[in-house]
Ligand binder design. Sequence first.
Ligand SMILES: Cc1cc2nc3c(=O)[nH]c(=O)nc-3n(C[C@H](O)[C@H](O)[C@H](O)COP(=O)(O)O)c2cc1C
Length: 373
Amino acid sequence: MAIPQLFTPLALRGLTLKNRIVVAPMCQYAAEGGFVTDWHYQHHCRFAIGGAGLAFVEATAVTPAGRITRGCSGLWEDGQIAGLARIATMYKSHGCAAGIQIGHAGRRASCALPWDGGAPLGGGPDDGAWPTVGPSPLAERDNGPVPHELSPTEIAAHVTAFADAARRALEAGFDTIEIHGAHGYLLHSFISPIANRRSDDFGGSLANRMRFALLVSHAVRALWPADQPVFYRCSAVDTIDGGLTLDDTIALARALKQIGIDVIDCSSGGINGPATLAQHKVGFGYQVPYAEAIRNQARIKTMAVGLITEPALAEQILAQGQADLIALARELLADPNWPYRAALQLGLDNPHGVLPRNYALTLARRAAILADS
Ligand SMILES: Cc1cc2nc3c(=O)[nH]c(=O)nc-3n(C[C@H](O)[C@H](O)[C@H](O)COP(=O)(O)O)c2cc1C
């Protein structure tokens, strides 16, 4: 029987993924001082055991000010490597490639924890707010904090911070790294004309607005081993008038390909307002058309994400050549064994083998008993 596409391996440079199922980065807001905790380890064990081919650790800040909340993880100092190394080693012991997303929240930093409302901290003496940064002194929302406009020298320092964090991620043992260029955070805020009103080399034309993201991508690619892939997550469209268009993002993807970025992870939205998804009409697979257009027009591998919950849809996206990888976030929280569910539903030969042998053997025996009964 033909192997479902979802369970075919994918070679990315020297890294071969055992299947096309990817755990999307998901902030857990459980870090302490930027250090990951046991919660992160437990959270990631669920996906490793569940059979995904690649998993990304959440948006990990390259500077303390780059955290969305005080509960976000960081890689701005060497001491933060060990906790992440434990997660990377655990993933690899299950044959799941280990990835980490690095980013800077820019003007969307300094927010309350989601279960405390998630709004920008007020800047009062005791609420722990910190100054935010961005391309221009424009608040992300009414009455939100006005970010400090980064100078060219400060932009260069942030490029270095991304590179330093990437070096630490490599030291932690991650197979791959994703640059967070989406959701209104620092790199996206420079690319989007909604947030960037600069008139220097980092503003105005699309080429200028992309410059910061391309410098970061170049710096990360330069230090990441040639036989290991680098991902870039984009917000393909801003979904508001005057914002980033799909054609802009296709141009960005072409430039990223030139630099040696291997996969574009195709998300969207987030430039204004609290929610990434709020400005979209969302439905199953709503961002797949972006992954398809970028794949076909920039001729680069893409990862589709966003309300892909059913194995049949994931399989169809791959079979129709709309994307090379399928990332899931919330559905994996609901069911970390989703790869097993997909294997059963798509008719994979020995679906139980998606799980570790400690589970697989006994589940295969149970299936045989049930088949005979
Ligand atoms: C709890 C949670 C945390 C998230 N954290 C991140 C993150 O760290 N970086 C990121 O790029 N996207 C983040 N996202 C967005 C997801 O990666 C994903 O793109 C989005 O949830 C849509 O996929 P889904 O419908 O499968 O959940 C997060 C989403 C959730 C639900």
